[in-house]
Design a protein around this ligand. Structure first.
Ligand code: ZN
Length: 239
């Protein structure tokens, strides 16, 4: 079970990198295992970056940041921003997975003063609904390395699935690892499209209120399972 979960978190890191949600070595994904333990992408002296995350890079730790079983942190270090994960998970028991990523398009859109709003509908229905509910912004650009800052970030998140961290990145929380990354992909696409529309000289406008009735939830089999299969298949494709 734990090995499967390690493989899934590692896969999620590789998907995030493949989707340009991180560049280089920064960013991490975590999964709550039980009330005291979580799995998280750790760092080591053989770390080649998020795109090359191995299942062995995912370590079992306690919420206090100590090893979750003997030897789990031998040769591995927890990320500086571990409090992002622990405070986000502790704030809501329904959250089991957290992705903290540095997506350039989202950071650029936010710095350009663009708010993530539902500018499209059927193009990406889960993304449109996510935007409709709001994607709040944590205004500080700091490294979130203690629980005081992480609690500030969680407060700014206002129980929404995704919060943008100004001049930094995003935190995405969900009940599954797959959804935490798929949400990030959706917000990234909204940011990229917003930047494209602006670059083309257009004005960002929300879709018509009447359209929401015909933007149905197509179910997790489609929105999560099929979407995730696609993300994994893309990884295996030679570029
Ligand atoms: Zn960060």
């Amino acid at each position: 079970m734990l090995d499967q979960q390690r493989a899934l978190v590692a896969q999620a890191c590789r998907v995030a990198a493949a989707r340009e949600l991180v560049d280089g070595i920064l960013g991490h994904v975590s999964l709550r295992v039980d009330d005291e333990h979580l799995l998280i992408r750790c760092r080591s002296d053989t770390d080649d970056g998020l795109a090359f995350t191995r299942p062995s890079d995912i370590r079992l730790i306690t919420f206090a940041g100590n090893e979750g079983a003997p030897g789990e942190l031998d040769g591995y270090r927890v990320p500086n921003e571990l409090p992002i994960h622990t405070e986000t998970l502790l704030a809501d028991p329904r959250r089991r997975a957290v992705a903290h990523l540095h997506p350039p398009a989202i950071v650029a859109a936010n710095l350009a003063g663009i708010e993530i709003r539902p500018i499209y509908g059927a193009y990406d229905i889960p993304g449109a609904w996510l935007a409709r509910g709001g994607v709040p912004v944590y205004e500080r650009a700091v490294l979130i390395r203690n629980s005081r800052l992480a609690k500030d970030m969680v407060a700014a998140m206002r129980n929404r699935p995704v919060v943008i961290l100004r001049g930094h990145g995003i935190t995405s929380a969900a009940s599954t690892v797959e959804e935490s990354v798929l949400q990030a992909i959706s917000v990234n696409e909204l940011a990229r499209m917003s930047l494209r529309v602006k670059a083309a000289g257009g004005t960002l406008r929300e879709i018509d209120e009447a359209d929401w009735d015909d933007l149905p939830d197509l179910g997790s089999g489609f929105n999560v399972d099929a979407a995730w299969r696609h993300e994994v298949a893309r990884l295996d494709q030679p570029s």
